[in-house]
Design a protein around this ligand. Structure first.
Ligand code: ARG
Length: 282
């Protein structure tokens, strides 16, 4: 173990942890409405290409040994591929999503009934929230985003449901409208918590909190954030990221991770990337 003085990022042994995730094939993917700045309904989308790119993400997870479950895509719900928004699952309990925009409202009950049938204890949400898009577990804390989608009142509800500390983080840049577009949990293990984030996506108080709590965090650059590089999924060693996030890949490697790039450019047209397509089941 090296001590003090070194200017290199501290190298710690990284170990992959088992992961169980829920995904949804983008069989009905298109951009039919605009609820975030990435979406432009006038621009054509290619559902076949979206499916092929999504398949590479699915295959990557299988290759990494994850337990990958699938929910049936429903016609008329083109954003259902973004499974992260389908709820928040921890300790065998599934807290349902209640979407901010009517276009996605029907996804909430669809995901919650899948989760109930899969054996999770379903909790109907009272407050507006977009699931793991805005809620990320790190250590024993749930980091919870607000500002664009999830109502801050859902953070209190989340705390009551799971009995964990919930820390409210305020997002201020409309391009980074969900917490998982601006912050990636690289290692959630208590005592080894590690994240990457884009500081200017947050208000000053949130930035101060993140800097204090995660002094060794990876700070992503604008170019990588602009391809949703932070919308990444980590098992504590492998970090699946947008293949175009080159500097982020290098930063991850310097910190002892194995970055695994995938190209989800078609799904980026809907404003989502790797993490958006992934709901973790715990
Ligand atoms: N088009 C979707 C929306 O605006 C994208 C959701 C991305 N999901 C995420 N977890 N960031 O709601």
């Amino acid at each position: 173990m090296s001590t003090a003085l070194s200017t290199q990022p501290r190298q710690r042994p990284r170990t992959p942890q088992a992961r169980s995730v829920l995904m949804c094939r983008p069989a009905h993917f298109t951009v039919a409405y605009r609820i975030n700045p990435w979406m432009n309904p006038a621009e054509p989308t290619d559902t076949g290409l979206a499916e092929a790119q999504w398949q590479t993400l699915y295959d990557t997870y299988v290759r990494l040994g994850y337990d990958v479950r699938l929910i049936d895509p429903l016609p008329g719900l083109p954003d259902m591929v973004y499974a992260a928004n389908g709820g928040f699952v921890l300790d065998g309990v599934a807290y349902g999503a209640k979407f901010a925009y009517p276009q996605r409202a029907a996804e909430g009950p669809a995901y919650l009934s899948w989760l109930a049938e899969a054996g999770f204890r379903a909790r109907e949400p009272e407050e507006t929230n977009e699931g793991e898009g805005d809620f990320l577990l790190v250590g024993d804390t749930i980091l919870a985003g607000t500002g664009f989608r999830s109502d801050a009142r859902s953070h209190a509800e989340l705390g009551r449901v799971f009995g964990r500390d919930v820390v409210t983080l305020r997002l201020v840049d409309p391009s980074f409208y969900h917490l998982d577009t601006a912050l990636a949990v690289l290692d959630p293990t208590p005592g080894r918590e590690h994240i990457a984030y884009l500081p200017h996506a947050f208000d000053e108080a949130s930035r101060a909190y993140l800097a204090g709590r995660f002094p060794d965090a990876i700070v992503a650059n604008d170019a990588d954030a602009a391809v949703l590089g932070l919308n990444a999924f980590s098992d504590g060693y492998h970090v699946v990221i947008a293949s175009r996030a080159r500097d982020f890949a290098r930063q991850l490697a310097e910190h002892g991770y194995d970055p695994v790039g995938v190209d989800l450019s078609e799904l980026l047209l809907g404003g989502g990337g790797v993490k958006c397509c992934t709901l973790e089941l715990r």
